[in-house]
Design a protein around this ligand. Structure first.
Ligand code: NAP
Length: 323
């Protein structure tokens, strides 16, 4: 099967490839690895690339995309690129400058998808994670509907083809959907999603509103990241996933990715390792049975790797709601 044709139609008429390449890596990883890994990912067939201003690698990721266009591997329209609006720029007047900064770093004239990274607004300024003397995050307050209106303007200006959100719970999505004068619905909600946190209720909600759920940490997250709660069990060592993988002569990682594809979820996979980048493209080469899907559904246990505990106490902290 040609992975490039595996796309889902968004509610604004654009298409998103169901498998995306994640580019986030902890700060100590040299940014040059994002450049090499993204180039290789495009060479082996990835057409959807996910990054963010927060990851501080848009220069390298943009360079990778441009070099694969320049050498004739792809055309710009073959690539679906997502960037994200960080929490310190949720005030409406900061939205367009933030996207323009990403475009400048990328050296691209538009992104395909621009999403609000998280509903937890932080103090505007140069610091990604502004803290007071006691180490507590400095929160900011914004009406997310106003942030959304600024994203709508970015779409109208042609700086992004589509707009969406990330880490929103269903009440926050509802707030946007019910906004008087809404011009564009969010096309997606990008959230943590894997067999230990399968998001079945949020997925059902999103499907009922024609919003695509995009899964991050689908392989169980990067446990070395400062953002990750590493006290949690390692997903890819789960005995049920391992047994299903063995039965299909696949790896637990491929089973975790395939699980999402079969339930209508767009899935991101991060790897900076050539062998594993190539392996992850094989998600289209096999199928899980309904019994396999049911067994994986049974692994759900509300384990959240990226729990963003420091955001607890913010009125828009999203993870206190059931979904
Ligand atoms: P992930 O996709 O869950 O991957 C976790 C780890 O699995 C990677 O570090 C990778 O290590 C390893 N891996 C990859 N393929 C493998 C395979 N075939 N077999 C065994 N191990 C494999 O990681 P994630 O970075 O947490 O999430 C994916 C992407 O989602 C991010 O890169 C980012 O683009 C996005 N994201 C978004 C948010 C948000 O708030 N919106 C939050 C987190 C992440 P190696 O590199 O060593 O292969």
């Amino acid at each position: 099967m040609d992975p490039k044709s595996q796309r889902v139609k968004l509610n604004d008429g654009h298409f998103i490839p169901v498998l995306g390449f994640g580019t986030y890596a902890p700060e100590e990883v040299p940014k040059s690895e994002a450049l090499e890994a993204t180039k290789f990912a495009i060479e082996v067939g990835f057409r959807h690339v996910d990054s963010a201003h927060l990851y501080q690698n848009e220069e390298q990721v943009g360079q990778a995309i441009r070099s694969k266009i320049a050498d004739g591997t792809v055309k710009r329209e073959d690539i679906f690129y997502t960037s994200k609006l960080w929490c310190n720029s949720l005030q409406p007047e900061l939205v367009r400058p933030a996207l323009e900064k990403s475009l400048q770093n990328l050296q691209l004239d538009h992104v395909d998808l621009y999403i609000i990274h998280s509903p937890v607004s932080l103090k505007p300024g140069n610091k990604f994670v502004p803290k007071d003397e006691s180490g507590k995050l400095i929160f900011d307050s914004v009406d997310l509907c106003h942030t959304w209106e600024a994203l709508e303007k970015c779409k109208d200006a042609g700086l992004t083809k589509s707009i969406g959100v990330s880490n929103f719970n269903h009440k926050q999505l509802e707030k946007i959907l019910n906004k008087p004068g809404l011009k564009y619905k969010p096309v997606c909600n990008q959230v943590e999603c894997h067999p230990y946190l399968n998001q079945s209720k949020l997925l059902e909600f999103c499907k009922s509103h024609d919003i695509v759920l995009v899964a991050y940490a689908a392989l169980g997250a990067q446990l070395l990241s400062e953002w990750v709660n590493s006290n949690n069990p390692i997903l890819l060592e789960d005995p049920v996933l391992c047994a299903i993988a063995k039965k299909h002569k696949q790896t637990p990682a491929l089973v975790a990715l395939r699980y999402q594809v079969q339930r209508g979820v767009v899935v991101l996979a991060k790897s900076f390792n050539k062998k594993r980048i190539k392996e992850n493209m094989q998600v289209f080469d096999f199928e899980l049975t309904p019994e396999d899907m049911k067994a994986i559904d049974g692994l759900n246990r509300n384990i959240r790797y990226y729990d963003f505990q420091k955001g607890i106490g913010h009125p828009e902290y999203p993870f206190s709601e059931e979904y």
